[in-house]
Design a protein around this ligand. Sequence first.
Ligand code: NAP
Length: 307
Amino acid sequence: MSDEFAQPINARTRYCAVFGHPIKHSASPAMQNAGIAGLGLNWRYLAFDVRPEDLRSTLLGAKAMQFVGLNLTVPHKLLALEMVDALDESAKNWGAVNTVRFEGRDKHGTWLPLHLFEDAPPEKIRSQGFNTDADAITRSLNEDLKIELAGTRVLVLGAGGAGRVAALKLAAENVGELFLVNRTASKAGSVAAEIRRRHLNVKVQLGYPRGEVDLAINATSLGLAPDDPLPFDGKQFSLRQAHAVYDMIYRPAETPFLRAAKASGSRVANGLGMLLYQGAKALEIWSGQPAPIEIMRAALKQNVYGI
Ligand code: NAP
């Protein structure tokens, strides 16, 4: 959807934004502004390069300026846990905030999305933190790879922010067996310990699987740069062992990991769906309306791949 469908900016226009550092690569403004136009809202979505040491003051600034909401990306998702006024269950559950909704208190004491207070701003405003990343991972796996996760054997490569949430969410979806591998082994160990504590029915092991897995996920940053090596140890694991392969990286569209997996006969998908579904859910949290998924997907593809 092009800008011609967007409502003109005027004094009633409300704002959302993404805060990150760096931020110039972000495809979120293209995707969200298309979604906003698709819903016919007089909103705009902006991007700001916010340094971690400025996160607290910029969150307060957005609240004071009565923004609708925010997305937070690297490196803010953990920092924000301590900085928002309230945490939704999703943020508590996954231990990270990627979406903030500003809310106003009405005369009955109920907190409502701030954009509903169109004419008179409420006396009290708060920020509430949500997490839409975890659900987006499994939605993308379900829809893009047609995987039913319950009972499956899954290898997760990487135990940074995205790898941790993916492993925890997969455990919550009752996968049968999880194999965790990370360059810094202690981080995979902490994720495994957290899963053992929270999901007694899931078998979780550190290291590569023997035999076949239903799914292998790359949640490392290896593949972002053209000269990166593959994100696993070829002496310990072969892509022929994986029925399906998911790379959280979406730029480039086909990483060497996905290319090799395709050549081995695995079903493959990249992380564009994950980006799309976390953004769509954020727009739903802000607007209270179903997000126009196909409009947002088209805008994302146009922005990221030029198609
Ligand atoms: P992060 O917290 O910085 O974690 C980076 C991960 O990559 C860690 O597991 C790290 O291992 C590993 N890694 C980095 N350089 C490595 C190297 N040279 N050799 C081996 N492992 C290496 O980042 P993140 O937020 O989890 O993001 C991870 C990946 O997911 C990135 O590629 C990012 O683009 C992608 N992602 C995609 C989406 C989406 O919407 N599709 C969303 C979030 C993230 P150590 O722990 O040893 O450092």
